[in-house]
Every structure is written in C-alpha cells, then in structure tokens.
Design a protein around this ligand. Structure first.
Ligand code: SAM
Length: 292
C-alpha cells in the first residue's frame, strides 16, 4: 500500500477539500490504472497533488477532474500528468550497494560463464521502475568499469522504464543534481561524469548502453512483450502496491526473466506470500531471487 511522505500543514490549508465519494472514485481509478493505492490517511496527499492539475486545467472541483480524466477527449494526455502527479521518484546512484556488489561479483560472472559458448554473448538488464535513471546508469558504469575490461567481447544493454513521463525526460538527458550523486564512489564520478553549472552529466559512453522507455507495470500487453532479460531490478516500487497488484507484477516479471536469470527487489520489500516461483538466494546483506 502507498507509503507517501507527509506534507506541511501550510500546503494542506491551501488546497481545496475533496469529498469522500470523489476520493474513493479517484483512488479506485488510480489503483486500477497503476496499482498505486492511496489509503484513507493519504487523502490529503492526493488532494494536494491533484489540486495542481485542477489549477493547470482551470477546474474548480475534483469531481470535474474525475469526469475529465475518465471521459474527456484528452483523457489519455491527462493520464501522463496524473502519473507524474501521483508518483514518488526518490532514487540516487549506488542506492543499494550490496545489490550492485552481487551484480558485479556473482551474477555477472555466472551469466558470462553460461553464455561463453555463444559467439556473440549479450547480457540484458531491466530497471523496471527506473525513475530518473540512477539505477540504470549505475549498472552501466559498473559494467564499463569492472566487467568490460575482463570480457571485451561481451555486449551489455540496460533498459530503464517508468510510468512517469517527466521523470523519464530527466533519465534520458542524464543530468543530475548533487543529491543524486552523493553516494557515488569518487572514481565513478570523476570517470563517468562531467560537471556543468553545478550539475553532473553522465558521459555518452555510459548513456550508449542504456535506453529509457515509458512503461506502466500494469499495462499487460506491453509487459508481455518484455522478454529475455537476464536480470530485472524492481526496487522500491512494490511498496506502493497491495498484495493483489504485487502478485500480478511479480508474475509478469517472472515471465520476462530468462531461465537462470535473477530478480532484485527493494531492501525493505519481500516476496513472502507473493511468489514462490523463484529460488531465494541469501547473501549477507541482500536477497536475490533466481528463476531456475
Ligand atoms: C521510489 S522510485 C524507485 C526508483 C529506483 N528503482 C530505486 O530503487 O531507487 C519508484 C518509481 O516507481 C515508479 N512507478 C510507480 N508505479 C509504477 C507503475 N505502475 N509502473 C511503472 N513504474 C511505476 C514511479 O514513477 C517511481 O519513479
């Protein structure tokens, strides 16, 4: 279920109040569309976020917004703004270091060994809730720094997808603030970025390995087309879903992973009661789910 940060009372006081009926209708609409569920105690958050769309569209009531997004001629365009409004995009480079260490030292060498008989070995990784791309770019940098020198013939591709169109614009540009790079080892910052006007820009040789695409994890036809990934990262997004939504997403990700491939989820997330299809691999500071 949604766990959203709190906002200050001064912000709350400026936004119009949403009726209970409209709250439930909009909440259900968002849940069906995205799997994100706003609990009763997060009504103020939905009000605050949708009130900005009311202003932008010159609407005065949430009821009108609901009609607009459900039946309006421009409903599909508005959905993109809604996705931006309701998502929480917190992320940064090297966010979960133990996972990246396992990726580099255990999973990549094992996958490379399996693929060694292939004349053109390739490893494909999917950052499935990529936000502004820090996770995807971290993986590409680790590949360039640690893997490529040992296996120059290996091809490597990272696909980053997210539901929020505006966050993907940032990912594609690869321009970051200091906040995003605060956990980054100095070597990576110096070697794979250049600084401009206080921003940190990812170098082209990293960006060449990564492709970003818009994707809702609940868009079943699109999800069915995401196949043959060796490793999938689905980190810090399951916390926004209820059990039913988690089961749906994880079962589709299972199909996206090749046999012998792996799934990472967030540090605070669990597949307990969600899926028993994966083999659980326990490492000292992280868990990896293997598709056997
Ligand atoms: C907190 S960020 C996590 C970013 C990154 N994976 C990490 O762990 O640092 C969660 C991301 O999930 C995305 N998201 C939420 N619901 C989604 C959905 N139904 N489909 C795809 N992405 C979704 C949000 O837009 C947001 O960028």
């Amino acid at each position: 279920m949604n766990v959203a940060p709190s906002i200050t009372p001064s912000i709350i006081s400026k936004v119009p109040v949403m009726s209970e009926i409209t709250f439930k209708a909009i909440r259900e609409f968002i849940y069906t569309l995205t799997g994100i569920y706003f609990q009763d105690n997060k009504k103020y958050l939905l009000e605050s976020r949708i009130s900005k769309r009311l202003q932008a569209l010159h609407l005065t009531q949430y009821e009108d917004y609901f009609q607009f997004i459900k039946f309006g001629v421009k409903k599909d365009d508005e959905k993109k703004f809604l996705y931006d409004a309701i998502t929480i995009n917190e992320t940064y480079f090297f966010r979960n270091e133990p996972q990246f260490e396992i990726f580099e030292k255990t999973l990549m060498p094992e996958l490379i060994k399996i693929k060694s008989s292939n004349p053109r070995p390739k490893i494909r990784v999917w950052s499935s809730a990529s936000s502004s791309g820090e996770e995807a770019h971290t993986l590409a940098m680790i590949f360039l720094e640690k893997i490529k020198p040992k296996y120059p013939a290996l091809e490597f591709e990272v696909v980053g997808t997210d539901i929020s169109p505006s966050i993907l614009d940032i990912a594609r540009k690869g321009v970051y603030r200091e906040y995003s790079v605060r956990n980054m080892p100095k070597l990576y910052l110096e070697k794979y970025f250049h600084a401009e006007d206080g921003r940190f820009i990812v170098n082209d040789n990293v960006r060449k390995l990564v492709r970003f695409d818009h994707m809702n994890l609940f868009d079943q036809p699109r999800m069915r087309g995401m196949l043959n990934f060796d490793i999938v990262f689905c980190c810090n997004v399951l916390i926004y879903f209820d059990a039913k939504s988690k089961i749906q997403v994880i079962s589709q990700l299972y199909d996206s992973i090749s046999r012998g491939g792996y799934l990472f989820i967030g540090y605070a997330e669990s597949l307990h009661g969600i899926s028993s299809a994966f083999k659980i691999m326990n490492f000292p500071k992280a868990i990896v789910y293997k598709k056997e």
